[in-house]
Write a protein that binds this ligand. Structure first.
Ligand SMILES: O=C(CO)[C@H](O)[C@H](O)COP(=O)(O)O
Ligand SMILES: [Fe+2]
Length: 219
């Protein structure tokens, strides 16, 4: 299974709704929304009112990646704004199990995002609380960075961990995903691929870029 989640971080912010529409019309499976607070990461992006506005553009699942220091304060607002999948960073959560349970209590799918340096062992005791794991393949904060190759064996180790547990947990990879990098990480066991610059920066357009990623992932 290959699912493509365009990151609207690389879309034209002056026409964000149009960027979402292009992704939906172009064959995207999810819409990935990067929320940054200027503390957890050195960048600022968007909040719940913007999610609520662009949510109206299409019916695809909205995947909200919270790169913020105090996610507990904002989870309800993002859920109310229309997020379907919500990921929080393990590095930002003191009571991670409680935070994930809160997301599920709101009827949403719960994910944990891990920075490139964060080991998989932080997931060991929370597998029951997870719908997906977001492996960052760049240091979060900006689009357009290069894929960190160590993420590929990390993905394979996570796949084994999930298989051994007998659970259904999706692996999402985010950062530097392009037709040149997606193949090995798909083979390693990821199934949801976030791509920003490779989709919105493709000279052939959003639909062609999504098709290229899908073809490269399954080649
Ligand atoms: O979470 C993110 C950055 O922190 C983005 O989702 C990610 O970087 C996508 O951009 P690109 O595909 O251009 O690397
Ligand atoms: Fe992201």
């Amino acid at each position: 299974m290959v699912m493509i989640a365009p990151s609207i971080l690389s879309a034209d912010f002056a026409a964000l709704g149009e960027g979402v529409r292009q992704a939906a019309d172009g064959g995207a499976d999810w819409i990935h929304v990067d929320v940054m607070d200027g503390h957890f990461v050195p960048n600022l992006t968007i909040g719940p009112p913007v999610v609520a506005a662009i949510r109206k553009v299409c019916a695809l699942p909205f995947d909200v990646h919270l790169m913020i220091e105090t996610p507990d304060k904002y989870i309800e607002a993002f859920a109310a704004a229309g997020a379907d999948w919500i990921s929080v960073h393990a590095e930002a959560c003191t009571h991670l199990q409680r935070t994930l349970a809160h997301i599920r209590d709101l009827g949403k799918k719960a994910g944990v995002a891990l920075n490139p340096h964060t080991p998989l062992c932080v997931l060991e005791n929370i597998l029951d609380d997870l719908d997906y794991v977001l492996l960052m393949s760049v240091n979060p904060g900006f689009g357009g960075q290069s894929y960190i190759p160590a993420n590929t064996p990390k993905t394979a180790r996570l796949r084994r961990m999930i298989e051994q547990s007998g659970r259904e947990i999706l692996i999402q990879v985010d950062g530097g995903v392009s037709p040149a990098t997606i193949g090995p990480v798909a083979a390693a066991g990821a199934s949801v691929f976030v791509a920003g610059s490779a989709i919105y920066g493709d000279k052939d357009g959003v639909a062609a870029a999504i098709a290229k990623l899908r073809a490269a992932a399954t080649a």
